[in-house]
Design a protein around this ligand. Structure first.
Ligand SMILES: *Cc1c(COP(=O)(O)O)cnc(C)c1O
Length: 345
């Protein structure tokens, strides 16, 4: 059975923590019959449309931001600070959420991806960041989570001198993964939705980047007594590194919720076969997956996250010879395709 076995009380303090709703309704969970047919698989394929989370083109970060911005409100913040890759969806949605709540937003864009064309630096999410009127900062170093956080602190201190009350959404893994709680909530939502739709799912496939989505989802499922498998497709770093990040995050979620960690190491399943050529760069499998899903299901996937995750999902669907049911989480990211037209055309 995939329906929730244990009551929500098993999620500890989840619904007592500060949270602000940024979308209403429940993103659809539906079958992908055309893709199923095209792949000629005996697996049943489903998708959860978390790209339809309403706020400014949607995505998984809307759920994550409900907890960050909820905390920002309790601290009476008036300015949100966030750092991310140039085409970050998180950054775009933080700016959107801030606007919705009547706050300002300072954005720091890191040069993590070796792409020098003008689309990458001007179109897609960057264009939306400007349109949302965010104050932009640049961080020239690529992979430097601690340095990027430190520079946000410097900007925050300057804002305080000007009488502002800044709230920082941190990047480095030493901070509690508040955003993961959005996917503990999502786990409950998905279990209830499967129950209502009388569906049973064997395995969920999701992009694993910072790991907030992956760890929150896995934690929520296990805390509610579900043993649906969760496979994280690595989009940011290789399996070994990602494994310890997910297990650390699960421990930290347990601390935040003040419950025991229900996730054991064997629950953490990762596949890094689709990571190449690296973060923010689309390989052939990724581009093929993006085109296939557009042409079979009219789904728009992105080159950094969902295209790679879908390549992993397709691989999984093809390798199953039984009629198992697989669920893909569409985590959003569509605006970024306009920054990658050179790879996708
Ligand atoms: C950030 C992001 C992810 C990865 O989510 P994490 O919680 O960082 O692992 C996946 N898909 C899209 C579209 C994203 O923007």
């Amino acid at each position: 059975m995939t329906s929730p076995i244990l009551p929500v009380q098993n999620l500890g303090r989840l619904y007592d923590l500060p949270r602000t709703r940024l979308f209403s309704g429940i993103p659809p969970l539906e079958a992908m019959l055309n893709l199923e047919k095209t792949l000629n698989t005996s697996a049943n394929l489903f998708i959860k449309r978390d790209d339809c989370t309403e706020l400014t083109f949607g995505g998984n970060k809307v759920r994550q931001l409900e907890f960050y911005l909820g905390e920002a409100i309790t601290q009476q913040a008036d300015t949100i600070l966030i750092t991310g890759a140039v085409q970050s969806n998180f950054v775009r949605l933080a700016a959107a959420g801030a606007r919705k709540l009547g706050m300002d937003c300072h954005i720091q864009l890191e040069e993590r991806v070796k792409k020098s064309n003008s689309d990458y630096h001007k179109s897609g999410n960057v264009f939306l960041d400007h349109l949302l009127g965010a104050t932009m900062h640049s961080y020239p170093v690529g992979e430097d989570e601690y340095g990027a956080d430190q520079q946000l602190q410097t900007i925050a201190n300057e804002l305080r001198v000007d009488g502002k009350t800044p709230y920082i959404i941190p990047l480095s893994p030493e901070h509690p993964p508040l955003g993961a709680l959005g996917y503990v909530v999502a786990a409950q939502e998905i279990l209830e939705q499967l129950d209502r739709q009388q569906l049973e799912i064997d395995e969920i496939v999701v992009a694993s980047g910072s790991g907030a989505t992956h760890s929150g989802l896995l934690f929520g499922l296990r805390a509610l007594g579900s043993n649906i498998g969760v496979t994280g497709i690595c989009v940011r770093r290789a399996k070994g590194d990602q494994m310890s990040r997910i297990s650390d995050k699960c421990r930290e979620i347990a601390t935040m919720l003040d419950i025991e960690n229900p996730v054991v190491n064997s629950d953490i399943v990762l596949d890094d076969a689709f990571l190449e050529p690296g973060y923010g760069q689309a390989g052939k499998d990724c581009v093929d997956a993006i085109k296939l899903c557009a042409r079979t299901e009219a789904l728009i996937l992105d080159p950094t996250y969902t295209g790679k995750a879908m390549a992993g999902f397709i691989h999984r669907a093809k390798s199953l010879d039984t009629s198992q049911s697989l669920l893909f989480i569409h985590t959003g990211g569509a605006p970024a395709i306009f920054a990658y037209m050179d790879d996708l055309a």
